[in-house]
Design a protein around this ligand. Sequence first.
Ligand SMILES: C[S@@+](CC[C@H](N)C(=O)[O-])C[C@H]1O[C@@H](n2cnc3c(N)ncnc32)[C@H](O)[C@@H]1O
Length: 318
Amino acid sequence: MGEGHLPVLVKEVLALLDIGPGSSVADCTVGGGGHAERILEATSPDGRLLGIDADRAAIAEAERNLERFAPRITLRQANFAAILEVASEEGFVPLDALLFDLGLSSYQLADERRGFSFASSSAPDMRFDEESGLSALDLIDRTSERELAGILATFGEERHARRVAKAILAARQEGRLMTAADLAAVVAGAVGRRGRADQGRIHPATRTFQALRIAVNRELEVLGSALAGGLAALRPGGRMAVIAYHSGEDRIVKRFFARESRDCIEDPMPPVCTCGHRAQLRLLHKGVITPTPDEVARNRRARSARLRGAEKLAAASA
Ligand SMILES: C[S@@+](CC[C@H](N)C(=O)[O-])C[C@H]1O[C@@H](n2cnc3c(N)ncnc32)[C@H](O)[C@@H]1O
């Protein structure tokens, strides 16, 4: 399935999750099993791990890589929006800890067939679950220029969204856009030299690829319900950690943690609370945890990682 995947912020995640022998943990984005392996080591000899991934190929990869822990793991192909249902069905509720390491893995990027990378000569598919929803190419074929520009601006923060959307749809109509490599070339051409300078050292199609991937997988839509489901599946005193890789994703995590760590969520806050909301979480650190320069030098994928962690309050319902 291509080259390996280096897990990000491992030491920091393990410290936040505070797990040990016997812990019961859900890795909601098990991927190739990088974090899962370290979690299984930390919970040895009898801890249990539930590994979820939307991608069938990731589940197969995790199964191979985690073979030596087989009696202690349960793997399920599922969308993490269903974490509460899946964890209950598999007998993992209440959980001691759970992890979301969002986005895509190096395995997926390296899998030529999936069209996640700029060099891929396959159609841009970009679905984590290849059996559900529209591929990126289907999405391109079904959106208007305005809608596509909106997707690029909202999910990719692409400053040249309108120009890029126009070029993509024109290239598609003229039969010049069949592969992910074609898509990358069309975007690079549309962004132009000045746009390329704005983008700094990243590939000029980075923002477009990110935006299409987020749209195709409804990444921001499912994250909110996944966090709520994860919190519900935790035992009081259990911990959750989330690694986000771009600002749209991190904003959702930050707001969820902020909301669930406050009693009253009325705005402005009245002298006497009438909303009845009660804090369920305690934040475990100030701000956001980012990788050391050393880690970024070893693993380029870590450069945009932002980790947040919280503990479910003892008084909150399980
Ligand atoms: C960054 S990778 C995880 C890598 C893993 N932590 C490791 O160390 O090997 C993210 C994984 O999350 C999966 N994923 C993304 N969104 C998902 C969703 N909504 N439900 C389930 N899995 C999802 C992707 O398929 C991918 O395999």
